[in-house]
Structure formats: C-alpha cells, structure tokens
Design a protein around this ligand. Structure first.
Ligand code: FES
Ligand code: MG
Length: 574
C-alpha cells in the first residue's frame, strides 16, 4: 500500500530500533519482562489506556476487554502495552468526577507522550472518562481508537424494566410521598444494576460514547453494544486489530475530528435528547481541536433536529432496547438527511456504516416524521440571570412549566437545601422557583450534579412532581424535570445568580429562550457590590490549581492552559 508507514518511521523506533546506549536499556528491559526482541522489532507499539478499577462497576469488565484488545493487536502484528489511568467512577468519586476530568485528560496526554507508543486504544465510558481520555489523546494526535465500555443490562424490578438514575429519582419521589415501602425500595436496590457496564439510560455515559462513535473514533456502532454481550468482546478484539492498521496508515484524530464531524455529533446529541453534560464536554473536546463550538451552536441545532430516541429519561426505553433496535447506525440512518455522510471514521465513513443497516424497532429509534418530540433536545437560555447562558432539556420537563413566573427560594449550599426540603412546614408552593448557588466550576468545586434540586417533601405529598429549579451546578444525564443548569457566570465568581433573594420574581420563557430576574439592574449591581463568596479552602494542591484555571461552563470547563490545539514537542530520549 502506498503511503504505508515504515517501521523505522514509528515513534517507538526511537526507543527500540536505534543502536545507542539508551536503546540498550530499553531492549534489555524488554528481555527482563520476558519478551524477545523479535516480538517487538518492526511492530507498532499500541498503548491500551485502561480506566479499570476495583471500585468502578461501569468498568469492571475492562480488565478482560484489555486482554481482548491485546488479542486483536497481536493478531494484526502489533505489540500491546496496557497503561492504567485513573478510573473516575461516577458513583463513588466525591464531590464529583467533573473535578478530575481535566486531571485524567492530562494524565492520558502525558502517559502517551512519555511512553514508546505508536497508536492508542482508549478503554473508557463512565461519564467523564470518555471526554477526558479523548481530550488527552487529541493533544498527542497519534492514531487512536476509542472502545466504549458499553451500557449495562436493563434493570429489573418485579418484571418491570428499571433505568439507571432516572428510575431512582422517580421512585424516590414516590417513596418520599409514602407510596413505596422500605422493603420495595430494597428490592429495587438489588435489581437496578444487574451487570457491569455504564448507565443504560440516555445519561452522560451513553451520550458521550455515542458522540465519540459519531465523531468517528470508534468502530461504527460500538457504543451501543451492551457491555455483557459477547459482541462487546468481539468489538474489543476488532478494535485492537484495527488500531495496528491505523498506525500504518497514519490515521490520526486530527484527520477525523473536523468541524463537520462535530456538527454530526451535535445532530446526534439532539436526536438522542442527550445529557446536558455533553454540552460542556463537546465544547471542551472541540476547542482542543481548534474548533470553536459554542452554546449557540447547540441551540441552532436544537431548533433543527427532532428527538428520535425514545430512551429514558426523555422517552420510555433503555439502551439495551436501543441496541436491539439497530443501535447507533440505525439512528444515523434515520438522521441521514441531516448528517454529513462523507465524514470519515476509523474504518470508513458514516455513509458506508449505514449502507446495510435496518431499523428493527421503529418505536425505539423513531423516523424523522414520527419523532418523540419535534424539537427541544436542549435549549440555551440567556437573560440578566445568566448573561453567558444556561441550559435545560425542555423535552424532559413538564410542558406547563416552560413558561413560568414565580418567587425565588434561594439556597447557598447543598446541606441547607436538603434540610429545608425535608421540612414539611417550608414556605413553598408549586410555583416557587428553587435556586441552588455556589455549586459551579469554582464554587462546587467541579460543578457537582446537584442541579435536579429535590422537590420539597410537602409538595411531593400534594402530588407535585416537577417545578422550576435553577442552579450553577450540572445534573446527571439520567435526571429530568424543569431544571435550569450551568448558569454562567456562576455565583461564586460574582455572577448575577449571587444577587437573587428569597421572594424575587423569576420569569422563564423557553420559547423566547429567556431567563429573567425581575429586579432593576441598579439594585442587582448594588447587591453584587455587597456580596462576598462563601469560605472555601483552595490553599494548596490540585484544588488550588483547579480554582485558578478552571473555565466557566460555556467555555467547556477546561483549564485555561490546556484549551489549545497546540501540540507539545516529542520528549528527548537520552
Ligand atoms: Fe458509570 Fe453512570 S455511573 S456510567
Ligand atoms: Mg451520570
């Protein structure tokens, strides 16, 4: 094949192929590991970046998958090395994995850059691990393939399907309203997460892995395969085999991640009614590629693309059903007139990937003329309360709340809010607008997923299941309701959210895309001039660095010194 890379052009050749004092060390240490030089000579070295850990249930199978990737790499004539990276288990890492997304991105970048590596396989999937590993790999720009962890099996509760996150919030409200017993709650706890793999609703994990797949970084359709399906092992091995070919072809992320690829990702995001978190991640990923994606791009796309995926929390089904319906290629097929079909992926193009695809369950992946919602996967709102913008998911909210005026009830921290919502004498009605602030990128820190503020117990008992809620936090992609998130600038850095007082009237108009604090601007200014942020200890270590360099949500929450397509030089090998 013309243009095929020669072994002496491999990056790893500088470690293993040359004849000098250092390469003596590099080769002798291979022998120490039990390899013969013949096993590596002339072969591309493939790094398998593995975010497995003992406490990440979504990645529990990635140890085995890494071996399956290696099988593919060996078969195709490569030399695999597994490099462990931090795992970022969404459920366990506090206050939020978002605090560490950029940390993992830096780790991945430096792992690749510092080691004798020619190509990269990323094993990730639980929420932040997808954008983080990809952001790191973009920066080194070696041939890279993303192997998504895959969704777990559907949950089961007395024969009914249970969805990660979404059904927890739903049934918790019923429990708080006194309609579910402790025993039933215990049965649910044991039935909701039945296998390894990521959340099987359209949460951040399913959203981000589908976007990575649409961008072209996975074998087409890999993201929909359930983690426990034997097909998932096969896709791991095939990915291992494919990355070797990509090294010889020198097919890099910069060849794949074009402006049009990001437009495809936006289209798919809207059609899936994907997680609001994806807006932060996609902006961060795009800007690492030099593509200037903004919140307005999301809003423009939201007006154009209907919601086609009938998956919770917006719809009825789960990711296992999505796979049986035909998976991501089936969604691409439904979206055909709206996608750039010629955009290349790790093997070909989206157009090629959908050629033989059929839609098996058209109620799960709907056609354009029978959507779940005509538009409104996500909406960007602006106004004097959020001059740089904020986001919501209209399709997952009570339609009656999309135009609303009500008095604010403000909480400065999570604990006070929790105490208040459990107080059955709280002065609150269904019209109240609940506000949580100081939960943004700096104030949280890390923008915890607190944005689906709990409905006060008193209202739950009255049958209220949704109300307008505003915060500078994020919310889980599995959450739903009239929750307005990512208010920017955040309160902690002096955004206008800091000026709101109990009883101030707030007006929401989703059709007009506005969020207004009905207080005179001079009074807002006066209040802000008196306002001081609450105490936080950012005096040392990672938290200090984070607070000094983290950007606001509309910029992607990257570190200021990372958000650039600039590539660092190769390390000196002496
Ligand atoms: Fe890992 Fe949801 S907790 S994907
Ligand atoms: Mg999540």
């Amino acid at each position: 094949m013309t243009g095929r890379k020669k072994p002496e052009e491999f990056r790893s050749f500088r470690w293993f192929g040359v004849r000098d004092l250092r390469s003596f060390g590099h080769r002798s240490r291979l022998y120490q590991m039990g390899y013969d030089n013949a096993e590596i000579a002339g072969k591309p070295v493939i790094a398998i970046i593995n975010t497995w850990s003992d406490i990440n249930p979504c990645h529990a199978h990635l140890r085995t998958r890494a071996e399956e990737v290696k099988r593919g790499v060996w078969q195709a004539g490569g030399f695999p090395i597994e490099l462990p990276a931090m795992s970022l288990a969404e459920t366990y890492v506090k206050p939020t994995t978002m605090l560490y997304r950029n940390f993992l991105a830096m780790e991945v970048e430096e792992l690749i850059r510092s080691h004798p590596v020619d190509g990269v396989v990323l094993l990730a999937g639980c929420d932040k691990t997808t954008p983080a590993t990809i952001m790191g790999a973009i920066q080194v720009d070696l041939p890279t393939i993303f192997v998504p962890a895959g969704p777990m099996l559907r949950g089961n509760y007395r024969g009914q399907a249970l969805g990660s996150g979404s059904d927890v919030w739903k049934y918790w409200a019923e429990k708080e309203a006194g309609r579910i017993t402790e025993h039933e709650w215990g049965v649910m706890e044991r039935g909701i997460a039945r296998s390894f793999g990521t959340c099987m609703t359209m949460g951040t994990a399913s959203t981000m892995t589908a976007l990575a797949d649409t961008l072209g970084l996975s074998l087409p359709g890999a993201s929909g395969i359930p983690a426990a399906d034997a097909g998932h092992s096969r896709i791991a091995a095939l990915s291992g085999a494919r990355i070797v070919g990509m090294v010889f072809e020198d097919l890099k992320p910069s060849d794949i991640l074009t402006v049009k690829a990001f437009e495809n990702a936006l289209t798919v995001h809207m059609a899936m009614a994907g997680s609001t978190n994806a807006m932060i991640h996609l902006i961060a990923m795009a800007r690492r590629c030099g593509v200037d994606l903004t919140l307005d791009d999301f809003d423009r796309m939201s007006e154009k693309v209907p919601v086609l995926c009938n998956i919770r929390p917006t719809g009825e089904f789960l990711m296992e059903d999505f796979y049986y319906a035909g998976g991501l290629p089936a969604l691409w097929k439904q979206l055909k007139p709206l996608l750039h079909l010629e955009e290349r992926n790790v093997v070909g193009s989206i157009g090629e990937a959908i050629r033989e695809v059929e839609i098996h369950l058209p109620d799960v992946i709907r056609p354009l003329d029978n959507p779940v919602a005509a538009r409104g996967g996500t909406a960007i709102l602006k106004g004097n309360l959020a001059p740089q913008g904020c986001v919501m998911k209209p399709a997952a909210a009570d339609p009656a709340l999309l135009k609303h005026r009500g008095p604010a009830l403000v909480f400065d921290d999570y604990e006070t809010m929790m105490e208040a919502v459990n107080d059955e004498d709280l002065d609150v009605t269904a019209d109240t607008v609940l506000i949580l602030r100081n939960a943004g990128p700096v104030g949280g820190p890390g923008m915890p997923e607190w944005g689906m503020l709990p409905i006060p117990k008193k209202l739950l008992k009255q049958g209220v299941r949704d109300m307008v809620r505003i915060s500078d936090a994020r919310m889980s992609g599995t959450s739903y309701g009239a929750c307005i998130l990512h208010v920017a600038p955040e309160a902690y850095v002096g955004g206008p959210l800091a000026a709101v007082r109990d009883g101030d009237i707030i007006a929401l108009d989703v059709a007009c895309r506005t969020l207004t604090l009905e207080v005179a601007s001079a009074e807002i200014e006066r209040r802000l001039s008196e306002w001081r942020p609450p105490e936080r200890d950012y005096s040392r270590g990672f938290l200090k660095m984070h607070a000094e360099h983290i950007q606001q949500a509309p910029e992607g929450c990257d570190f200021t010194f990372l958000q650039s397509p600039h590539k660092l030089p190769e390390p000196e090998i002496h």
